[in-house]
Write a protein that binds this ligand. Structure first.
Ligand code: DX5
Ligand code: ZN
Length: 222
């Protein structure tokens, strides 16, 4: 699959989400949609009705990142609404294996997310159950935070764990990913890059996506 870019509309104008999606539709691979419930994280964004509507207007597939309690109950609904990828936090899931299987059964790719302080090794046996591992490079909850360097060794260890499943399980990073940090993430082994402020804070979001992709591709081939 190579490098994929998934811009986060958390950094876009919430009064014009359709326009925000359109601005990156020619250069990005996914649209990253951050669902927050004010419980798992101290912030509240949007939920199922908005995601269902975005599925209808977006030319790109939706990459939904659930930062919510009880994903076991709520995650499959996002897959049923047409989200192509649905990622839940392992810290919030009661039964991550069942949650991942429910997502796949509903027709989506299943993603499993880890906060910066959650080690990957205890979850290595779960990797065959998921299509993507998301390693948060900030504490989830807000855009525009500083990239946490301390996650880089975990990205490298996760890439090692995924060696046997090369290409099958994608490795996503989310939080503080920008022109300053994306090369280090790619060198460490990430292949799907979420970027909010680095894309929507730019004059031309579509061009920002293109530039990030070039940087990541260059770094990945080193
Ligand atoms: C944060 C969200 C991110 C956020 C990233 O909890 O999961 O997707 O939008 O924003 P930036 O790229 O600005 O750090
Ligand atoms: Zn996110």
């Amino acid at each position: 699959m190579g490098v994929q870019i998934s811009p986060s509309i958390l950094a876009a104008d919430f009064a014009d989400l359709a326009g925000a999606v359109e601005r990156i539709a020619d250069t990005a691979d996914w649209v990253h949609v951050d669902v927050m419930d004010n419980h798992f994280v101290p912030n509240l964004t949007l939920g199922l009705p908005v995601v269902a509507r975005l599925v209808e207007v977006s030319r790109l597939p939706l990459d939904v990142h659930l930062m919510i309690e009880d994903p076991d109950r709520w995650a499959p609904g996002y897959a049923e609404a047409g989200a192509r990828n649905v990622t839940f936090h392992v810290e919030a899931a009661r039964a991550p294996v069942r949650c991942a299987r429910d997502l796949r059964a509903a027709g989506a790719r299943a993603g499993m997310a880890l906060r910066p302080g959650t080690p990957v090794e205890p979850y290595s046996d779960l990797l065959p159950e998921v299509d993507m591992l998301l390693l948060m490079t900030v504490e989830p909850g807000f855009g525009g935070q500083e990239f946490l360097e301390l996650v880089l060794p975990k990205i490298r260890r996760a890439r090692e764990l995924l060696r046997a499943r090369e290409g099958e399980v994608w490795l996503q990073v989310d939080g503080g990913v920008s022109g300053e940090t994306i090369e280090r993430c790619a060198e460490a082994g990430a292949d799907v890059f979420v970027a909010g402020s680095a894309v929507y804070g730019a004059e031309d979001p579509g061009a920002a996506v293109r530039a990030l992709r070039e940087q990541a591709e260059r770094a990945a081939s080193r």
